[in-house]
Every structure is written in C-alpha cells, then in structure tokens.
Design a protein around this ligand. Structure first.
Ligand code: ATP
Ligand code: HMH
Length: 269
C-alpha cells in the first residue's frame, strides 16, 4: 500500500477535488491524505462559493504530514491563488516527494474560476517546473500557451511547448474534443497518444481530478510512466462508464474497487 497525498480544493458534493482524489486513492488500494487549499460550495449544477485557505495553514498541513509520514506521491489540483502556489512550491521543494503530478485546474465544468486569472503566471513559473507530469485539459493548455487548440496535431504541439516550461513530462487531455477520447503525452523525446472510445454519458463531474489521482497512484509504484498513464486512463474510463445519476446536473463518476466487476456495480446502483 502506497501513501498518496492530494493538495487541492474541497468539493462538498463529493464529485471532484479532494473528495474524488481520496476515493481514487482508496479504490486503487492506497492510503490517502489531503491538504486543503480552498473550500468550495458546489454540486452537480455548479460552484456557488469559494473560500481560500490561508497560506500559513496550507504550509502547516503539508508540514504536519511530511514530518510524520512517508509520502510516495503527491497530486496537486486546485491551488486558487499565487500565494498558495508559492507556498506549495517551496514546501514541496523542501520535502522532495518522489512523484509530483500537477493538474493545473483553472475553471470548473460549469465555468467558475477555480484559479484566480492573475495566478496563471505563478502556476507556470513555480509549479510547472517541479512536476513529474503536468496534466492540462485543452482549455487549460490554451490558457497556458495563449492560443487555440482544436486538433490532435495541435495537442501534440501544445504538449511539446508546455514541456519547454520545465515539467519532466506533459499529458494534454482530449476530453474536450469530439470523437475518441485521445490524450497526448510528451516526455521530452517521444509523443505517445493514448486513446479510448468516447463514452456518451453525461455524468462526468471530476474526470480530470480522477485521472491525475490515478496517475499519481500508479506512479507511486510503477516506474514506467506510459504504463502508469494507460492504467489510469483505463480506471477513469470505467469510472465514467459507471457514472452515477446523482443530483440534477452533471453527476459524479463511480469509484469502484477494482476487484468488484462493473456489472455488479451497475446492478447495485
Ligand atoms: N466522454 C468521455 N469518454 C471517455 N473518456 C473521456 C470522456 N471525457 C473525458 N474523458 C477522458 O477523461 C480524462 C480526463 O479528461 P478531461 O479532458 O475530461 O479532463 P478535465 O477537463 O480536466 O476534467 P474536469 O472537467 O473534471 O476538470 C481524459 O483521459 C479524457 O480523455
Ligand atoms: C475543488 C475542485 N477541484 C477541481 C474541480 C475540477 O473542475 C472542481 N470542480 N472542484
């Protein structure tokens, strides 16, 4: 069992953020821990309110964990503002976890800002260079590079250009295009495309959080990064396929234990 830490925002409705991350860690057989950067009041319809946590409290949470417990991998999600970004960066540089997955969360599916627009440069300058892998979706890659991305070829160019900003590797996620769900990975040498059939289901709240947490989980024990991403994509695909009809809007994914078959889960849902 590996020890996984998520540094992210809380989603009280349980579909995204810290809650999705902890569910993913557990489903994949790991011990999950959390550092909360912001509390959001949100549900399947959208985000109603956000309160950011003071950077001193973010530091205190990180220190409390690292001075006591071994951390095998960290996933960073919603970071809200540049003070929190600077704190997370200096804390992770101090404690040096072996794996850092950065999910550069910017805007919720419903269109609410989860990163203050003026914090974009702090994210690029501070957090991207310490990432083992950074996992932008297409709108996030567009903001980072300040240009439109509408094709898989453009995703490939984006992965290469984001790599130049300092992370060890980049996964540009294709959930926002149409056709098969194709993600593009670049490790500084080779482009690898990971494709899965697009599942025509509406309950996809938390896909990005789930994928990055699953990547962190697999990277904690798997050295082959492409294998880790492939397994994580397989996990998120199954979790979308089992998405739950909870709430009045875009429902959450279902985090199943890998030893329980999807059919069993569907019959229980
Ligand atoms: N309908 C779908 N069917 C299959 N795979 C999907 C679908 N939608 C997204 N994915 C996959 O889910 C993963 C997350 O990608 P996505 O682009 O949705 O992330 P995201 O936009 O960051 O998520 P979020 O909206 O939760 O922030 C990727 O591997 C993507 O290919
Ligand atoms: C707290 C939180 N993190 C990430 C997302 C993903 O968009 C969300 N909706 N809420």
């Amino acid at each position: 069992m590996k020890h996984l830490l998520t540094i992210a925002g809380s989603d009280c409705s349980g579909g995204a953020g810290i809650q999705a991350d902890l569910k993913t860690f557990s489903a994949l057989g790991n011990y999950g821990m959390s550092v909360i950067t912001a509390i959001t009041a949100q549900n399947t319809l959208g985000v109603d309110a956000v309160v950011e946590i003071d950077k001193a409290m973010v530091k205190a949470q990180i220190d409390a964990i690292f001075k006591d417990i071994t951390v095998d991998a960290v996933k960073v999600g919603m970071v809200s503002n540049s003070e929190i970004i600077q704190q997370i960066t200096s804390s992770l540089l101090e404690w040096k976890p072996p794996v850092i997955v950065i999910d550069p969360v910017m805007v919720s599916k419903s269109g609410h800002h989860l990163l203050q627009p003026e914090a974009k440069n702090a994210l690029i300058k501070n957090l991207l260079p310490i990432a083992t892998i950074v996992t932008p979706n297409i709108p996030e890659a567009e903001v980072i590079l300040d240009r439109k991305i509408t094709t898989i070829e453009a995703m490939e160019r984006a992965a290469m250009d984001i790599y130049r900003l300092g992370p060890k590797s980049v996964l540009v996620k294709g959930g926002h295009l149409s056709g098969d769900a194709v993600d593009v990975f670049f490790d500084g040498v080779v482009i690898t495309k990971l494709s899965s059939p697009r599942i025509q289901k509406k309950n996809t709240h938390g896909t990005g959080c789930t994928l990055s947490s699953a990547i962190a989980s697999y990277l904690a024990s798997e050295e082959d990064i492409i294998l880790a991403i492939s397994k994580a994509k397989e996990y998120v695909t199954k979790a979308i396929d089992c998405g739950l009809e909870i709430g009045k809007g875009v429902g959450p994914l279902h985090h199943f234990h890998p030893f329980v078959s999807i059919q069993d889960k569907n019959s229980k849902a």
